[in-house]
Design a binder for this molecule. Structure first.
Ligand code: FA5
Length: 376
């Protein structure tokens, strides 16, 4: 700081001379303009507006001036500092805008670029469909039962009342793994790839004491050609209930409950007479078309692709367990009766999700599976 100003003249103080103040201001403005980025501007700010900057030091000199000269010098320094602060703020705004624009370009993500992360898988819709159907029965107190896919011919056919000359036992219908009992056999049971989930009925009855309530999902095999509506390896789900006093009414009520749980409260089923060796009486079960609810029948203005305007969709087979099956599995048919039904999961997936070709389900292409989502 200068010595006391004996002459009382502000221009006598070197730092407060107008040309000095102007030089300090211009140097500050030039330094701000030259700062190429925010770091450089920060340095210039400290140098030209900080506590030891020339203008700050000049400001301190004002205190040494006589009262009448203070206002003049104060105004000069104040104006210079005002101009410096304004220029600093303007340059700050300018450099921040430049930085933001640069960051937007440098950190932009091209979402169209190929990515190398391992894509998350999706469960096959056949699996989720099978679990969804099983859950309907598990929530009613049924137990899940499983059996082997390589099955004794006895369980697959004999225990289920298939006669030795039943056509299903022919090589052209069934994959035989070992021997074929059939009509000409020497009495030994062969080994087959199970052709349906019904052998699990026999296994469940042999394993448990009645009452028996089981649901049996699983993979089955037939010598069918792979085409739009058939596959040699497919999935079925089977239901078996054996208890005292069960009737066809219980079967019908259970079927209705199943389709209502899966397709909506206004759904129902119908039964048409059919034949299966292991149920008597037997029926083919249809469910109301869940899309048109039967309104397409005889109504050309309201045709329905899902049911081909028939109003009903064929689901599978069912019936009252044949007493011969109960006897073969050690259950007293005088005391117990039962009902069973079974249907194909692929077929249900086809009409529920408008899948037109069953081959899409077996080819393992994730483009088919992915749209069904990540349902667990
Ligand atoms: C049976 O397999 C009986 N076990 C069902 C049953 C269980 C009846 C309990 C009575 C009591 P069926 O042969 O009709 O029935 O086959 C049942 C379903 O399997 C068919 O409705 C069809 O949806 C499905 N299915 C049959 N063959 C194929 C195939 N090659 N590919 C895909 N699905 C098939």
């Amino acid at each position: 700081m200068s010595a006391p100003n004996k002459s009382y003249d502000p221009v006598e103080v070197e730092a407060l001379k107008p040309e000095e103040i102007e030089r300090m201001r211009d140097e500050a403005l030039a330094a701000f303009a030259a700062a190429g980025d925010l770091d450089a501007l920060q340095e210039a700010k400290v140098a030209h507006t900080g506590g030891t900057s020339p203008l700050a030091l000049a400001n301190r000199e004002i205190g040494a001036l006589p009262p009448h000269a203070k206002a003049d010098a104060g105004k000069r320094v104040g104006q210079a500092r005002g101009a410096v602060n304004k220029a600093l703020a303007a340059r700050q705004t300018e450099l921040e805008a430049e930085r933001d624009a640069r960051v937007l370009v440098e950190e932009a993500v091209d979402v169209t670029l190929p990515y190398d992360r391992v894509p998350a898988g999706a469960r096959h819709p056949l699996t989720t469909m099978m679990e969804r159907v099983s859950d309907v029965f598990v929530s009613m107190g049924y137990e899940i039962a499983e059996g082997p896919e390589v099955e004794a011919e006895w369980f697959n056919f004999d225990a289920l009342n298939f006669t030795p000359d039943h056509p299903a036992r022919q090589m052209q219908d069934t994959f035989f793994v070992q021997g074929a009992k059939g009509a000409d056999s020497d009495g030994e049971s062969g080994v087959v790839l199970r052709t349906h989930t019904s052998p699990v009925q026999a296994r469940a009855l042999l394993d448990r004491e009645p009452p028996v309530y089981v649901v049996c999902p699983g993979r089955v095999y037939r010598t069918d050609e792979l085409d739009a509506t058939h596959t040699p390896v497919f999935h079925q789900i089977e239901l078996l209930a054996v208890d005292e006093g069960l009737t066809m009414a219980d079967l019908k009520g259970t079927l209705d409950h199943m389709v209502q749980s899966l397709f909506g409260a206004d759904m129902k089923t119908r039964l048409r007479p059919n034949y299966f060796p292991f149920t008597e009486p037997s029926a083919e079960m249809d469910m109301l078309c869940y899309v048109c609810k039967g309104e397409s029948v005889g109504n050309p203005d309201r045709s329905c692709r899902t049911c081909s305007s028939e109003g009903w969709i064929e689901l599978g087979g069912c019936g009252m367990v044949n007493p011969r099956v109960l006897i073969a599995c050690g259950v007293d048919p005088e005391k117990y009766s039962g009902f069973a039904f079974g249907f194909g999961i692929e077929r249900m997936l086809m009409f529920r999700h408008n899948v037109e070709d069953m081959r899409d389900m077996v080819e393992g292409d994730v483009r088919f599976t992915r749209p069904f989502g990540m349902e667990i």
